[in-house]
Design a protein around this ligand. Structure first.
Ligand SMILES: C[S@@+](CC[C@H](N)C(=O)[O-])C[C@H]1O[C@@H](n2cnc3c(N)ncnc32)[C@H](O)[C@@H]1O
Length: 395
């Protein structure tokens, strides 16, 4: 358990790495004067496997270097401070943060001062380029509880921040780079607390200079009210949130229809709306695929696999989302299904991106394929297919 001071230091490490502002960290001032290890110098490195912190252990007679991931580095740093050293100094592009322990009572203290030097072009610079959300003076990040009043990412919000950046990267690569539109009309169905909606609006408007008009649809009134309040505070004039269900919402002209982690069949409702509104792009990150699982009735050789609950659950996810992709193809969309963000951050990690295409496609062939798959797994109907067949709901 970290003390308050240690906690601040740990957050400073995380944030400086996230922002590409980490220059080096030196652990020094031995607790045991006879120890062979003099100090540890930690610097950022980019290796094949990705970003790491490189620990240079400076012994009396030799130096040893080892690379660690950020999370492991954090625990190693605090372990070294507990067992072997009294002092740690973190040099970032903006400040120097010193954490030191009293030799008398072992109480930690923190001191923050101006930086003595700025980084030259280095790998930190490259990392910074990949962060699409600015932390400084960011109203919506603060209001949504991702950053503190000092513009530092909160300890338990690093995964969320990473997810936001990854999401923007995906949208930029799979949608923005493929369209020449300078104005995009977007719906975000099941916008929830709005993390990804705010991020997208901010990034499109302020970084990519695209005129974005985004409407979040959400049935929880308190979330709608809060998001509208934050949007007003951030002066995001073309970002608004409306209360309602996805299926009953009135959709005006739309370029991109998004549904991220909208529960179970809400994803089908969103895809249906996107298809009917003739959206150029439909983006869905589905979750809790229950509808198909309840119907699955496997009588062929696959039954011996489906008797295991976990395998049946995973198969239901594959079938639900695979069929969604095929149904989109049968409606003139080119689809991609891929991992949105690795399972270490969230288990809800599949994304479907569909783009309307003018290319010829064989609808009958795709539908035949869909029917064969359904038969193989004893599925009577996929909810998205049902919505499209019945055409009961307005656009
Ligand atoms: C798990 S949250 C995801 C929020 C956000 N899209 C994200 O990925 O961070 C799902 C949200 O969708 C809303 N929702 C689920 N089904 C809905 C429906 N049929 N119509 C409108 N909102 C819905 C829920 O109230 C909830 O806030």
């Amino acid at each position: 358990m970290l003390t308050n001071q240690e906690h601040i230091f740990s957050e400073k490490i995380d944030t400086s790495v996230e922002n590409g502002e980490f220059i080096k960290l030196i652990i020094s001032n031995k607790r045991h004067k006879t120890s062979e290890l003099n100090k540890i110098i930690i610097s950022p490195v980019e290796i094949k496997k990705g970003f790491r912190l490189s620990f240079l252990y400076n012994y009396k007679t030799q130096d040893i270097t080892k690379n660690y991931e950020l999370e492991e580095s954090q625990s190693l740093i605090f372990n070294e401070l507990k067992e072997n050293f009294l002092n740690a100094e973190l040099f970032t592009a903006n400040e120097i943060i010193r954490l030191f322990f009293s030799a008398k009572n072992n109480k930690p203290k923190i001191k923050i001062s101006e930086p003595t030097f700025k980084p030259v072009v280095n790998l930190n610079h490259d990392r910074k380029k990949h962060k699409r959300v600015e932390l400084k003076n960011n109203i919506w990040l603060k209001e949504l509880g991702i950053t503190t009043s000092e513009d530092v990412i909160k300890k338990d919000m690093h995964d969320k921040y990473r997810q936001i950046n990854k999401y923007l990267e995906v949208i930029e690569n799979m949608i923005i780079k493929k369209t020449s539109e300078k104005k995009l009309r977007i719906y975000d169905a099941g916008s929830g607390k709005g993390y990804l909606t705010f991020a997208l609006y901010d990034y499109l408007k302020n970084n990519l200079k695209i005129e974005a008009h985004i409407t979040g649809i959400e049935f929880r009134q308190e979330l709608v009210d809060k998001c509208n309040m934050i949007s007003e505070k951030a002066e995001f004039e073309n970002l608004n949130f409306v209360q309602g269900t996805i299926i009953d919402s009135k959709i005006n002209e739309v370029d991109v229809f998004i549904a991220l982690h909208a529960c179970d069949t809400a994803t089908d409702e969103a895809i249906y709306k996107g298809i009917k509104a003739n959206a150029q792009f439909i983006v869905a990150a589905p979750c809790c695929q229950k509808q198909i699982r309840k119907q699955m009735n496997v009588t062929n050789a696959m039954a011996s696999l489906m008797k295991h609950g976990i395998l049946k659950e995973r198969q239901a996810v594959i079938l639900t989302d695979g069929l969604r992709a095929l149904i989109l193809e049968a409606n003139g969309y080119k689809t991609k299904v891929f991992e949105f963000i690795s399972t270490e951050h969230t288990p809800k990690n599949i994304m479907i991106v569909a783009e309307k295409t003018n290319k010829k496609f064989n609808k009958d062939e795709i539908n035949k394929n869909i029917n064969e798959i359904k038969q193989m797994f004893g599925i009577e109907s996929h909810y998205l297919e049902k919505l499209l067949n019945e055409q009961r709901f307005q656009i």
